[in-house]
Design a protein around this ligand. Sequence first.
Ligand SMILES: C[S@@+](CC[C@H](N)C(=O)[O-])C[C@H]1O[C@@H](n2cnc3c(N)ncnc32)[C@H](O)[C@@H]1O
Length: 234
Amino acid sequence: MVIPCRLPLAPPPLAVPVLSPEQRRKLDESSDALFYAQPRFVQHLDGAFRQRLTALYRERLAPGTTVLDLMSSWVSHLPPDLSFHAVLGHGMNAAELEANPRLSRHWVQNLNEEQTLPLEPSSVDAALIVAGWQYLQQPEAVAVELLRVLRPGGQLIVAFSNRMFATKAPQAWLEGSDRDRLSGVAKVLLCQGWELDQLLSEDTTAAGPLGWIGGKGDPFFAVIARKPAGRGHG
Ligand SMILES: C[S@@+](CC[C@H](N)C(=O)[O-])C[C@H]1O[C@@H](n2cnc3c(N)ncnc32)[C@H](O)[C@@H]1O
């Protein structure tokens, strides 16, 4: 089922800027809609990363709740035996989202052009972003919107590795170290009023594509934040 893109009447509150205009620039400034026009039925992260992510979700997500998989694809990495009240999916390619068996409903939206999410305030228990934050040119406004749609006390899990479509990543991500990226995501969230819960930075023992000459697989990074319990529904 596709969610109609019905935007809330009130615009979201202003975001606190963290990135400079230069840090938001990408090598490929053409519309992201072009880049994502064709579906990619591939795994963007290696098996060890995906296993770690699914284990984190098992630890953190409560069954029967409403989960938002923002910047999703044909896979959501959720534990197969955990069932949810609803899994709302957002992404850039409708065919990928339609093929994702975990999604109850979904919509397509370019977050670099429009950050207002077509969701009611406090309607989501947990939001997930996997290998997606690295493409956001307006991460502050997205963080404000996520704060609006999560229930007080709800958590946001932003997971990523060190791979990316380099031409589509803003300068802040492209030029930063792993540590810069982890602290950068945390800073954007803190500045919009999120509470930090946990930062994860884990090396991998898995071999990468160049494993035969010592190449390593995908390291695992995650920023886990909470909407303050006393924050209300705004
Ligand atoms: C590397 S894929 C990761 C997809 C999925 N989360 C996964 O784990 O396979 C990056 C995703 O970021 C999202 N994305 C990239 N640019 C975007 C944009 N401008 N607006 C909204 N979403 C975007 C798309 O959903 C795209 O599939």
